[in-house]
Write a protein that binds this ligand. Structure first.
Ligand code: COA
Ligand code: AMP
Length: 648
């Protein structure tokens, strides 16, 4: 029987949470026991060992297939007719329910199609797709063959796509003619063509999903190695599962640091399967037959973990939603799906709830739906402001759970629990560490700070299963990015504090990474695009507070002399350049033109001060500043950004 959540109105007891935390203090025994939730070809006898990146390879002598665990074994157990995936697409008007048997059939044929294109165990396949079933099916098809998928979010532009193609070196790319956004179509093929022209990597085959609503651009000649995906799938023989080692990569998912190219976070097969199932049960309170609605995109970690893998590994039903919280058609879209499909948990980003509230402050749309199936709403990906948490708690009765995690960790690190004890929530806090994670807040020297003091949020090693096992193609980058801060710790890059009861409060990034509508973006990636413009001498991009999206990228630009008399044109050209190169999700909230940027003596731009000035705060000027007078000038000349006004 699945675990049922405690009602949030029931008296609080932390017994089950404390018992699980105590048991997880012996990680080897705890996770070897949890590993019984997975069907292994060779059951593991060793819990974990350190790998060449300094991270943990879990269950190193175990072998399995993730796709078998997500599909075949449920069909073998007689659940073939149960609902596996529900595709709800308000942008096309299509809804389709796939049973486990049907989804298995589709995945076997998609795996056969990939095999026909020469994909084998260990090859990489890049997916640049909208939220259509083919995306989830191909992810599982890669897993079936032991191939490694790298999904690239459809809102990224050509430069971002090219960087990922060059890093992942895919044998095959699967894309679609385009995506459907509220009120407009986003053609993918021109972006892919531009990315392939820019990338150095050679891609053997390109599969294209032809969407009836998005015809290929008129006159575009298909590449010589381009195939209609539905035709090759129709002609393919179903493929069987290939057994892989537990620590073999299942996927690469790119994420941003402050600067440098995106980091390809590598996830394994065995640890991932074990951890995600454990999380479904213990964090989310989800069992076989329950319904999970992760309203995110497959291009992000929430989509990988909680649209595709975790619900299917657990034998639950997952909703794949091709739409937005508002505008497809209105602010009732999420509530409508929950009511009609009996959703038990909703996962989304706080921005989505802020967007719904802005459009429907009295929650009239929600009141019209039957939400009795809903046991909890999990919000992650960015800071959950207490005001939004309170509003959502007032307009519906399910617990609203702020949970903190990252692409790197793959599943919640700090949360409240529907499958263990439901702990008394505190506004502004993500509650307590998930059993298996030990969270410490450290000062810049790596010493733990007392409760209530802000510092770097770090996780003690070894990380539990399901977390990153490395950075694609670069063992040293994982060490440098995450492990060098203090021996024995993973540094999350976030800043925050623990209170005296052990509750975590995440305050923001310790570096210059931005969070725009729950999407992590680096200053560096947008600055690289701006620097391509001949009119830009120097530039900095910072994330400025935005009431809806949390933050918005904002550019501060020093123009070349010959562009000084055309700064208005420069601003709009820079807007367009960022949209084309990085993608529309990185659209600049504003562009300020200045004479000089503030720098440290070693030449680093002091982005933090720029952000503070634009947020209307007094800048925290570092002692290493080269040109303090520039900051004083900027305080006079840069006006704080109107939180919702887009300045071009
Ligand atoms: N493919 C192509 N384009 C995309 C895209 C995709 N998958 N996703 C977004 N875009 C485009 C949008 O069409 C928009 O383009 P436009 O500027 O030409 O209109 C641009 O990128 C910005 O999109 P978005 O950030 O979604 O802003 P929005 O103003 O269109 O919508 C919200 C606002 C609040 C509805 C939207 O940000 C949202 O749904 N947020 C929830 C966040 C979320 O789920 N995050 C996942 C992490 S858990
Ligand atoms: P991503 O890797 O894109 O999922 O982004 C992870 C980042 O989002 C974290 O490092 C945090 O900065 C932020 N984040 C995620 N969840 C929360 C949360 N509950 N509260 C505050 N910030 C969060």
């Amino acid at each position: 029987m699945p675990d049922r959540p405690a009602l949030h109105s029931a008296p609080f007891s932390d017994d089950r949470y404390r018992a699980a935390t105590a048991a997880a203090a012996d990680p080897a025994a705890f996770w070897m026991s949890a590993a019984r939730n997975t069907t292994w070809t060779d059951a593991p006898t060793v819990a974990w060992e350190e790998n060449s990146s300094g991270l943990a390879d879990w269950f190193p002598d175990g072998t399995l297939n993730t796709s078998f665990n997500a599909l075949d074994r449920h069909v073998d157990a007689g659940l073939g007719d149960c609902r596996a995936l529900v595709y709800v697409s308000p942008v096309t008007g299509i809804e389709r329910v796939y049973s486990y048997r049907e989804l298995l059939d589709e995945v076997r044929r998609a795996a056969g199609a990939l095999a026909d294109l020469g994909v084998e165990r260990g090859d990489t396949v890049l997916l640049y797709l909208p939220m259509i079933p083919e995306a989830a099916i191909t992810m599982l098809a890669c897993a079936r063959l032991g191939a490694i998928h790298a999904v690239v979010f459809g809102g990224f532009g050509s430069a971002e796509l090219a960087a990922r193609i060059d890093d992942a070196q895919p044998k095959v790319i699967l894309t679609a003619t385009g995506g459907l956004e509220p009120g407009h179509v986003v053609p993918y093929l021109p972006l892919l063509d531009a990315a392939l022209e820019e990338a150095a990597a050679t891609v053997e085959h390109i599969g294209v999903v032809e969407r009836p609503a998005v015809p290929a651009p008129v006159g575009r000649r298909p590449m010589p190695n381009e195939h209609d995906w539905s035709t090759i799938v129709a002609n393919a023989a179903p493929a069987d599962c290939v057994t892989v080692h537990s620590a073999d990569p299942l996927y690469i998912l790119y994420t941003s640091g402050t600067t440098g190219p995106p980091k390809g976070i590598v996830r394994d097969n065995g640890g991932h399967a074990v951890a995600l199932q454990w999380s479904m049960q213990s964090v989310y309170g989800i069992g076989p037959g329950d319904v999970v609605f992760a309203a995110s995109d497959l291009g992000w970690v929430v989509g990988h973990s909680y649209i595709v893998y975790a619900p299917l590994l657990r034998g639950a039903t997952t909703v794949l939603f091709e739409g937005k919280p508002v505008g497809t058609p209105d602010a009732g879209a999420f509530w409508d799906v929950i009511g009609r499909y009996g959703v038990n948990v909703l996962l989304t980003a706080p921005t989505a709830i802020r967007a719904i509230r802005r459009e429907d402050p009295l929650a009239a749309q929600l009141a019209r739906r039957d939400l009795r199936s809903l046991r909890g709403i999990f919000l992650a990906g960015e800071r959950l402001d207490p005001d939004t948490q309170q509003w959502l708690s007032e307009v519906q009765p399910a617990p609203v759970i702020n949970n903190w995690w990252q692409t790197e960790t793959g599943w919640p690190t700090v949360s409240n629990f529907l499958g263990l004890s439901y702990l008394p929530p505190k506004p502004g806090s993500s509650t307590k560490p998930v059993p298996g994670f030990t969270v410490d807040v450290l000062d810049p020297d790596g010493t733990p700070v007392p409760p209530g003091h802000e510092g770097a949020i770090c996780l003690r090693l070894p990380l539990p299963p399901g977390c990153l096992i490395g950075v694609w193609g670069d063992d040293q980058r994982a060490r440098k990015s995450y492990l060098d801060f203090r021996a024995g710790y993973y540094a999350s890059g976030d800043s925050g504090y623990l209170d005296a009861d052990g509750y975590l409060y995440v305050l923001g990034r310790a570096d210059d990474v931005m969070n725009v509508a729950g999407h992590r973006m680096s200053s560096g990636q947008i600055e690289t695009a701006l620097a391509e413009h001949p009119g830009v001498s120097e530039c900095a991009v910072v994330g400025v507070h935005d009431d809806l999206k949390g933050q918005r990228p904002h550019a501060i630009v020093v123009p070349e002399i010959d562009h000084l008399d055309r700064v208005d044109e420069l601003r709009s050209e820079l807007q367009a350049l960022v949209r084309q190169r990085v993608g529309p999700i990185a659209s600049l909230g504003g562009v300020d033109v200045v004479e000089t940027l503030p720098k440290t003596r070693s030449g680093k731009i002091v982005r933090r001060c720029l952000r503070q000035i634009l947020d209307g705060e007094s800048p925290d000027v570092p002692p290493t500043i080269e040109n303090a007078v520039v900051i004083e000038d900027l305080v006079r000349t840069l006006s704080p950004v109107d939180r919702n006004l887009v300045r071009e």
